[in-house]
Design a protein around this ligand. Sequence first.
Ligand code: FES
Length: 263
Amino acid sequence: AKVKMTAAVTLQEQLAADIYDMRIKAPEIAESAVPGQFVCLYSKDGARILPRPISLCGIDKEKGELRLVYRIAGEGTKEFSGLAAGDTIDVLGPLGNGFPLQAGKRAFLIGGGIGVPPMLELAKALHGLNRSGEDSLVQSVLGYRDSQMFLKDEFEAYGPVYAATEDGSFGTSGNVLDAIREQGLTADVIYACGPTPMLRALKAYAAEKGLECWLSLEEKMACGVGACLACVCRSKEVDGHSQVHNKRICKDGPVFRSDEIEL
Ligand code: FES
């Protein structure tokens, strides 16, 4: 169940230009959180600024800590990046549905830009489920703008990692699908998070190859708590009266099967 609490910041580090890594002590949230879920962080000036949804990059149930890797995208996230160990922040979570964990399937874990962080906890969880020398089942394919490839090395603990950079400075020059094609990679299931054009391309790729595909649409969220309606998307679900249902990503997602939604 979701909990609202005041959490202590235990670490704040800059990983790349505008990308920060913050750890907070939130045992009540860490306890029940799963990969693909997010939390909402409240700014001190909560009346003026809506909470900011931030996906979970790491869940440490033993230490009761959450790891949040986020990009500065406005006043709220700018304020969070100024917090240091010992400061506190109000947090609500865990929120959202998370990725379905399936053992024994060859998986692509695909992250683009600020969509990379949630895939790290998923890689860890799938690796844990597969164990017994099946490391190659978790194939991470990460897309970055340039050689500031935050978190990339950490994925290597869970299986092979392939990178694509838009400027061609490392790995495949281009996007994550270019990397998959260049390396001749195959999988049974896709898990992905990143910008909408990337998700749209993966949805088409999954349909073409007949792959199961789960997409986190977290990029489209603004408040994360159902208050702004910025996150409504069209679903393919039709009721008995042929009405197409809209879905709110922050309430019904952020993870959807790619054939459930329009992008
Ligand atoms: Fe604001 Fe969903 S993100 S209503």
